[in-house]
Unconditional design. Structure first.
Length: 300
């Protein structure tokens, strides 16, 4: 199997996982409070990630910098997942996944601010287009009351939290294996959440069916979604991986209709399309350059 095919397979798995995780997450929230849901998802993600972290346990070193960033990524992950819970309780899974796709833009802007990475004019243009898309989503009932925008703000908060996790992880990526970092920050988050009485009592009341939904949410999102995307980047350019991943809301839309029988409105669909267009504006030029480069290599 060629590297290109491997990369496409991993990218498709990441797209499916990124689109599917919101469905079992939402089903869990129908009967369980947000914090016990987050603890359950983290526990399953921790268990799924242990084998990879065990094999990579020697590919890291300890320092206070790593410890501090592990704690910070734990807190960011907690905030991001709590924001997901709030967004899913107020809006459709498809809408939440659509809005959270701006995570990649947040990651680029944060990398520019803290890691001194270059940011092109296309990214600033994409930000303007994305804002326009968000406004279009609410055109059927445009209002500046906080409760109207609450679900969007929670989804944006989730995107920002996960983007900050990426940037913090990137700052120490050469000092600790990503899988070891992931298991470490999940372990810290599990301990912090377990200190809350609400979490302990909620977890004790979880039924077997609810544990299954939590396991599926963890498997699709934090495990398959994130891990497959990481491996896709070994074989594909960032442009190709992001473009394929941008179709994850279509997966959510399909399964939301099959499971809940609901669809987003035409304004929300149009606004989401505008948002994804803004994201693709950043990466399509890189894709064209790769195609041109491949053509030149073939001619040679």
């Amino acid at each position: 199997m060629s590297d290109q095919i491997k990369g496409l397979c991993f990218a498709l798995l990441a797209m499916m996982g990124g689109g599917l995780y919101a469905i079992p997450y939402r089903l869990s929230l129908d009967t369980v409070a947000p914090l016990p849901v987050i603890w359950g998802v983290f526990l399953w993600a921790f268990l799924f990630s242990i084998p990879g972290a065990w094999f990579a346990r020697h590919q890291n070193k300890f320092s206070w910098k790593i410890a501090g960033i592990t704690l910070a990524t734990s807190l960011a992950g907690l905030l991001g997942n709590y924001a997901i819970c709030q967004a899913l309780s107020q809006a459709s899974p498809t809408l939440m996944v659509l809005v959270s796709r701006i995570e990649i833009i947040f990651a680029m802007l944060l990398s520019w601010m803290f890691l001194k990475e270059l940011v092109s004019i296309r990214i600033w243009m994409a930000v303007i287009v994305i804002v326009g898309g968000i406004i279009m989503m609410k055109m059927d009932s445009l209002s500046f009351e906080l409760k109207v925008w609450s679900s969007f703000l929670w989804a944006v908060t989730a995107a920002f939290s996960f983007a900050s996790m990426q940037v913090m992880a990137k700052s120490i990526i050469h000092e600790i294996n990503p899988q070891v970092l992931n298991v470490s920050r999940l372990a810290v988050a599990l301990v912090m959440l377990w200190s809350l009485t609400e979490v302990r009592s909620g977890v004790a009341d979880l039924q077997s069916g609810e544990w299954k939904w939590l396991a599926l949410a963890a498997f699709c999102g934090p495990f398959i979604g994130r891990v497959s995307y990481t491996y896709a980047l070994r074989y594909l350019t960032v442009s190709k991986a992001v473009i394929i991943g941008s179709f994850s809301p279509a997966t959510t839309l399909l399964f939301e209709f099959l499971v809940f029988g609901t669809l987003i409105s035409s304004y929300e669909a149009l606004g989401g399309t505008i948002m994804l267009t803004g994201i693709l504006l950043v990466f399509l030029p890189g894709l064209r350059r790769n195609v041109s480069s491949s053509t030149i290599n073939v001619v040679k």
